[in-house]
Design a protein. Structure first.
Length: 319
């Protein structure tokens, strides 16, 4: 009997199948018949899994999301059917933290501007260009979960003082606990690692940017909706910000914004958590979650921990 696991979005089956139950088959481009037969689904971040799609998978027992964001997954509908929504919170941690530091370093050293000087033959202008340092500077981290902690460790290795604020998670060394106001007013680099909630949408707005330390670097590897792009652009043009690094946007892909054209802005297409190693680890963790559920074991991490209180579909397979 073949266990059918469908890939919703671009997935490399060779990185998934070694961690699935024996005999499981990954269908990389499922049609209606494969969706109807699927007992597991591996979902990429850009795929919308709504109630309509779930209704086309009547045998589905587990849905595994590559990453932690579930804003494009109808979690209540899955929960109502007793389907766990597996997430992979640890697999991309190091990659995103490195990405945040890479954006910060690129902006502090103004690598986009220096590249243009060399490329365009403007070498004499280098004497007017002021570069900064991470060593001796203060990193302010908003959101101290796995990625925030990993970013703090990297910042500490660069010789930075680290402040962190999280209303829910404890702040541990190497970071020093701080209020939101202290992070804004004292940090040379502000790095965002918060989930997006109704309460913190546009957390970084005109009023908060007005209180930020003059010349601070803003890096967002959390969620695009945390930042008001109009206010950020105004702050950058006024010199209140010294640079902006974005890996996330709202929506994705984003519409073009004037901020994107500023020389002290560095942009990446929500790619910092998708390095080769992180992608392989994410696939492995997602597949392990599918295997756990299909074998009657609890998955390591789920977005809907109350799924077990609802009706569980019996295991099914197809010949």
């Amino acid at each position: 009997m073949t266990v059918v696991v469908v890939a919703l979005g671009q997935v490399e089956p060779d990185l998934v199948e070694p961690y699935l139950p024996e005999g499981a088959r990954v269908v990389a481009d499922p049609g209606p018949d494969e969706l109807a037969a699927a007992v597991g689904a591996l979902v990429r971040a850009d795929v919308l899994v709504d109630s309509d799609l779930l209704s086309r998978m009547p045998r589905l027992r587990v849905l595994a999301r590559t990453g932690v964001g579930t804003d494009r997954v109808d979690v209540p509908a899955a929960t109502a059917r007793g389907i766990p929504v597996v997430i992979t919170p640890g697999s991309g941690t190091g990659a995103v933290a490195e990405g945040a530091m890479a954006l910060a370093l690129c902006l502090v050293k103004r690598l986009r501007v220096t590249t243009d000087l060399v490329r365009e033959g403007r070498w004499p202008e280098r004497s007017a260009l002021a570069l900064g340092d991470l060593s001796g500077a203060t990193m302010g981290i908003l959101g101290y979960g796995r990625i925030g902690c990993a970013t703090a460790r990297l910042a500490d290795a660069f010789g930075m003082r680290v402040l962190a604020h999280d209303p829910f998670a404890p702040v541990t060394p190497p970071a020093v606990p701080a209020t939101l106001e202290q992070v804004l007013t004292r940090s040379d680099v502000i790095s965002l690692h918060l989930p997006l909630t109704p309460e913190n949408r546009h957390l970084v707005d005109e009023a908060r940017l007005a209180r930020a330390k003059r010349g601070a670097i803003l890096v967002n590897c959390g969620r695009g909706g945390l930042v008001d792009l109009d206010a950020t652009y105004d702050a950058l043009r006024a010199g209140r910000l010294g640079g902006v690094g974005l890996d996330v946007y709202d929506p994705e892909p984003p519409e073009h914004h004037p901020l994107f054209d500023h020389p002290d802005v560095v942009l990446t297409p929500h790619l910092m958590g998708m390095t080769r190693r992180a992608t392989a680890l994410t696939y492995a963790d997602a597949a392990r979650g599918i295997t756990a559920v299909l074998s009657g074991q609890p998955p390591a991490a789920v977005a809907n921990p109350d799924w077990t209180h609802h009706h569980r579909n019996p295991p099914r397979s197809t010949p």
